[in-house]
Write a protein that binds this ligand. Structure first.
Ligand code: SF4
Length: 285
């Protein structure tokens, strides 16, 4: 990117990078978002509704023993983490937000006791995030698991109802326990984002084919693109952080393209949001 000095370079388009990009571009800053993977099309590049025989065909084509969504994890040639494919990081626009379950719980007042900020100070931001993502849930009225700005809840399944009944019985006998129904960033009613409602297929962690579940790729990044302030670089693998002449300030990053070309992004500020492990690895590198 010769001659372009961005206000901010964000590396990684997952849960953190996606929302950071949206907030910064909305504030008028020029942002370069660098993502190592490519854009995956829900229902096409990962298809959790595929019939078993369609999956078998995919196995035959690829010679891979994994199911299609997992194939994406395998294909990502990311730094290996753990000893199984389930531990992989998803290299694609939206990152791991494509495969999260959507659970969206708040920390409560007790959790903040050792912190310099209180739950009351953070609560409005939780509300903002819940309205932005679209989070469903029951109002349980629990002190340390505060209720949020919920969309209408999903009806409990039989095992959940049985579990709740059991918890209520034990509580009546003096046991300290609570039952918490699911709270997830999945649409159960109309939402400003225009994402469709959930149809309860249960494949959230493999990737939602219809985008009912909130991901960085389906909500904040499209909004950031609409601001006109975002330059999106996909299939761009950051290889190192660049420093200025003084060696004290970050001046940008270097990345390699899918064809192996080495390019640079120059920026005044760098946001590293490429997972806990990769971010730490780059900072230590
Ligand atoms: S439609 Fe609902 S249950 Fe199915 S993957 Fe999407 S969010 Fe999950």
């Amino acid at each position: 990117m010769p001659n372009t000095l961005f206000d901010v370079c964000v590396v990684g388009s997952g849960p953190g990078g996606g929302i950071a990009t949206y907030v910064l571009t909305k504030a008028g800053l020029k942002v370069a978002l660098v993502e190592a993977g490519r854009v995956l099309r829900p229902g096409i590049d990962y298809n959790t509704h595929a019939w078993p025989y369609e999956r078998l065909e995919k196995f035959r084509q690829t010679g891979n023993r994994l199911s299609p969504p997992q194939l994406k994890l395998e294909e990502n040639h990311f730094t290996p983490v753990g000893d199984g494919p389930g531990h992989g990081l998803l290299k694609a626009l939206g990152g791991r937000s494509l495969c999260w379950a959507g659970h969206s719980l708040r920390f409560g007042p007790i959790d903040f006791e050792q912190w310099p900020i209180s739950y009351e100070e953070v609560a409005p931001y939780y509300s903002q995030a819940e309205r932005f993502m679209g989070v469903y849930g029951h109002k349980d009225g629990l002190h340390n698991l505060p209720d949020g700005e919920f969309l209408q809840p999903v009806r409990m399944r039989c095992p959940e109802q049985l579990l709740r009944r059991g918890v209520e019985r034990l509580k009546a006998r003096g046991r300290k326990m609570e039952f918490v129904a699911q709270r997830k960033a999945i649409l159960t009613e109309d939402h400003w984002s225009k994402r469709p409602r959930c149809h309860y297929c249960g494949a959230c962690m493999k990737g939602c084919d219809v985008d009912a579940k909130y991901t960085s790729a389906n909500t904040p990044i499209p909004l950031a693109l609409k601001t006109g302030n975002l330059t999106l670089l996909t299939e761009a693998m950051m290889t190192r952080i660049l420093m200025d002449r003084s060696g004290r300030r970050v001046s940008g990053i270097e990345y390699s393209t899918s064809s192996g070309r080495v390019e640079k992004v120059e920026a005044k500020v760098l946001v590293l949001a490429c997972s806990a492990i990769e971010t730490a690895r780059h900072l230590l590198g």
